[in-house]
Design a protein around this ligand. Structure first.
Ligand SMILES: NC(=O)C1=CN([C@@H]2O[C@H](COP(=O)(O)OP(=O)(O)OC[C@H]3O[C@@H](n4cnc5c(N)ncnc54)[C@H](O)[C@@H]3O)[C@@H](O)[C@H]2O)C=CC1
Ligand SMILES: O=C(CO)COP(=O)(O)O
Length: 309
């Protein structure tokens, strides 16, 4: 919707032909963005090759655990990819651009991220994001074609920092939701989010990103939105868990993905491989695995040895 608003002819690819036909007919993505009409500039197809034909780039917006399959289904060659997914792939511990690099090493790629609830961007409410790539031409093209006055798109040359921010904030959001859901108060949430940001920054630097990126839109910005916004799926999942809903039931009752669930253990493992400890994210991973209660997690975080901030 934003790409069309910015004046582009857009083709939306959906892998399921029946859903693609239904969206083309109803001019609406009734399952994920109900009530938001698709503008006339948007065509819908289930044919990936047709969608990519002549495209300047493609936005890849599927959950990280399905990113490999989705990219593998694209025709070979083709246009540059701009990935919007936020997380770490389980098993391989890959970040999104690392998956793309494995599957399409020849294609330029970028990551687009920031504090952007989809339903607000769809409505054209003001927002800002960053598009980061080692390929200066691609990030400038993406900025030019997707940015509008109401969607302020910054360029960035630290795609690693941007990806770590997007992955870590979802895990920290589950913790923040759990703190609120358990009635531990807003002081506790602020402390947890701040220490979560310290984890996000440490991992960013350890993986070759920059600390300033962690303090930017894709790090602190998205952490702020996700941990305080009532609309966050990760935060609301944390709240449900704290109120006693079992993980399976909480996941079954929602339509969209909560990336932090699969990302938590993968992020912690990726950090451990880089020699970085992430106590909050590790507690979330154990909570999700049923190995720790919220009370135990808080007890453990609060009893860590005292040290300088
Ligand atoms: N929804 C939001 O507000 C935002 C989401 N994101 C990120 O974008 C990514 C996707 O999120 P959502 O769209 O919200 O998830 P969602 O769970 O609401 O929708 C996922 C979409 O991916 C499709 N999909 C799943 N597997 C696929 C495959 N193998 N091939 C093709 N399509 C496939 C599904 O059919 C569905 O349309 C996540 O990493 C999320 O963190 C980023 C910013 C904002
Ligand atoms: O990434 C997002 C906002 O920037 C969406 O957050 P949730 O997936 O937690 O809803």
């Amino acid at each position: 919707l934003q790409a069309a608003r910015a004046g582009n002819a857009v083709t939306l690819w959906a892998r399921d032909p029946a859903r693609a036909a239904a969206m083309a007919e109803a001019r609406e993505n009734a399952r994920y963005l109900p009530g938001q009409p698709l503008s006339a500039a948007i065509q819908v197809t289930a044919d990936a090759a047709a969608a990519m034909e002549g495209a300047l780039f493609a936005l890849v917006v599927v959950p990280v655990q399905h990113l490999r399959a989705a990219v593998a289904a694209l025709p070979p060659g083709g246009c540059p990819l701009v990935v919007c997914a936020k997380g770490v792939e389980r098993g391989t511990l890959c970040l999104p651009l690392e998956i793309l690099e494995q599957l399409r090493p020849e294609a330029p790629a970028a990551v687009l991220s920031g504090p952007n609830f989809a339903h607000e961007v769809a409505r054209g409410l003001p927002a800002a994001a960053v598009v980061a790539s080692g390929d200066a031409a691609l990030r400038s093209l993406a900025g030019e074609l997707l940015g509008t006055a109401g969607f302020r798109l910054y360029g960035g040359d630290d795609p690693m920092g941007v990806q770590v921010g997007g992955a870590a904030k979802n895990v920290i959001a589950i913790a923040a939701g759990a703190v609120i859901g358990a009635g531990l108060g807003e002081n506790a949430r602020a402390a947890l989010v701040t220490r979560g940001l310290a984890e996000l920054s440490r991992l960013t630097v350890a993986l070759g990103g920059r600390a300033e990126t962690a303090a930017g839109l894709s790090g602190l910005g998205d952490l702020l939105l996700t941990t305080t916004g009532a609309g966050s799926r990760n935060t609301s999942l944390g709240m449900e868990l704290a109120r006693g809903t079992p993980l399976e039931a909480a996941l079954a009752s929602r339509a969209g993905v909560a990336e932090g669930v699969e990302t938590a253990p993968a992020l912690v493992a990726r950090a451990a491989a880089a020699g970085v400890e992430l106590p909050i994210c590790a507690a979330v991973a154990e909570l999700l695995a049923g190995e720790l209660s919220i009370g135990q997690a808080m007890g453990r975080l609060l009893s860590r040895p005292r040290r300088d901030e």
